[in-house]
Design a protein around this ligand. Structure first.
Ligand code: HEM
Length: 293
C-alpha cells in the first residue's frame, strides 16, 4: 500500500513514544497540521487526528467516530478522546526525545502536549505477562485489506482508523495464578505459543478469534508494553479500514454478545480509549487534502 503511513505496517520498533495533544482555544489547527505534515512522514512517526480536531476543522471523514464507553459486569471501558496523537517509533530514546521536541515545535500554535507514554519492545515481542503478542496478525495483502481504506477516493485511500487504549496490568495477581491458569486466561501455552483447544470460552484468544466473527474481524495490532515508576501494562493499538472490527472484538471481550467475559480482565483494565483517523501520505508528506473542503 503506497499511500499509507509507513510506520503502520512496519514491525513494532524497539522504543516508542505516544504523544497526546489537546487543542488550544481559538487556535488555527490547519496551519499547525501543515507544519506537522512538513516533517517527513517515514516509518519513524504515525499521526492520528481525533474527533474534536476534525470537528473543529468542520471535516467529516466517513467512518470516523468517537470511542464508545462500554460497561460490562465489573468492567469499565472508558472513552477518553484526544485531539491529536503521534506514535514516535525508533531504537534510540535520545532520537525520540528530539523528535518529540520537533513535533511540539511544529504544532505549538494550536496544540498542547498533554501526555507522553514511553513504550518499549519486550523480548521477541511479548506482552509483560510474558505471552507473545501479535501472532495472529494478518500479513501482506491480508494486512493491507484489514488496515487501510480502499476505494473511497483520493485523500482517503491508504488512510487508516486506529483504536488506542492504555491498559494497566496487575502482574502480582497474574503471577499468583499457576501456569495452566495463566495459559487459560490467554488461551495459548506460554512455553511454545501453541493455541489451546482445551481453553475455556472466556480465554482471550477464543473471545477475539478474528475469523469467528461475521463479518470476519481482522485488525492490524501494533501494541507495545509501557511502564513508569509505579505501574506497567500495554498500549493496545489496532489499525483498521474502519472501527467495526475493533468494536466487534471489544464487545465480545466485555461479554456484550453472549455474557461471557474475557478472562484477561482478571489482571488488566483499560485506563483510556481513543479513536483517530490516520490520513494517507502523498509524496512522503501527510495528505491533508480532505481537511481543506
Ligand atoms: C492488555 C490488553 C491485551 C493483552 C495483554 C492482549 C494479549 C494478547 C495475546 C497474548 C494474544 C495472543 C497472540 C496473538 O495472536 O497476538 C492476543 C491475541 C489477540 N488479541 Fe489481544 N490483548 C489485549 C487486548 C486486546 C484488545 C482490546 C483487543 C481488541 C478489542 C484484542 C484483540 C486481539 C486479537 C484480534 C487477537 C488474535 C486472536 C486470533 O485471531 O487468534 N486484544 N492478545
Amino acid at each position: 500500500m503506497t499511500h499509507s503511513q509507513p510506520g503502520i505496517s512496519a514491525p513494532v520498533p524497539e522504543d516508542a513514544r505516544y504523544l497526546s495533544f489537546s487543542l488550544l482555544p481559538e487556535s488555527a489547527p490547519l496551519e499547525a497540521l501543515e507544519a506537522l505534515a512538513d516533517l517527513a512522514v517515514d516509518d519513524s512517526i504515525v499521526i492520528g487526528l481525533g474527533p474534536s480536531l476534525l470537528a473543529q476543522l468542520d471535516v467529516d471523514i466517513e467512518g470516523m467516530r468517537n470511542f464508545p464507553a462500554l460497561v460490562g459486569a465489573g468492567i469499565d471501558i472508558p472513552s477518553t478522546p484526544v485531539a491529536l496523537w503521534c506514535w514516535l517509533r525508533g531504537d534510540d530514546r535520545g532520537e525520540l526525545v528530539h523528535t518529540t521536541r520537533a513535533v511540539c515545535a511544529a504544532v505549538e500554535e494550536a496544540f498542547l502536549l498533554d501526555e507522553v507514554i514511553d513504550a518499549f519492545r519486550y523480548g521477541s515481542g511479548l506482552d509483560l505477562s510474558g505471552y507473545e503478542d501479535g501472532t495472529e496478525n494478518p500479513e501482506g495483502d491480508a494486512a493491507n485489506a484489514a488496515a487501510y481504506v480502499h476505494g473511497a477516493g483520493a485523500g482517503l485511500d491508504g488512510g487508516s482508523f486506529v483504536a488506542v487504549q492504555q491498559w494497566v496490568h496487575d502482574l502480582d495477581t497474574f503471577s499468583a495464578l499457576d501456569n495452566d491458569q495463566r495459559d487459560h486466561v490467554i488461551g495459548r501455552r506460554i512455553s511454545d505459543n501453541e493455541e489451546l483447544e482445551s481453553a475455556p470460552a472466556s480465554a482471550h484468544v477464543k473471545r477475539t478469534a478474528q475469523e469467528d466473527f461475521e463479518p470476519e474481524a481482522f485488525v492490524l495490532r501494533r501494541s507495545m508494553p509501557w511502564a513508569d515508576a509505579a505501574r506497567e501494562g500495554l498500549v493496545f493499538v489496532a489499525f483498521g479500514k474502519s472501527f467495526d472490527a475493533f468494536e466487534a472484538l471489544l464487545n465480545r471481550m466485555v461479554g456484550l454478545d453472549d455474557g461471557i467475559r474475557d478472562e484477561l480482565f482478571c489482571f488488566t483494565r483499560p485506563l483510556t480509549g481513543s479513536y483517530f483517523w490516520c490520513p494517507p501520505v502523498e509524496g512522503g508528506r501527510l495528505d491533508l487534502s480532505r481537511l481543506k473542503g
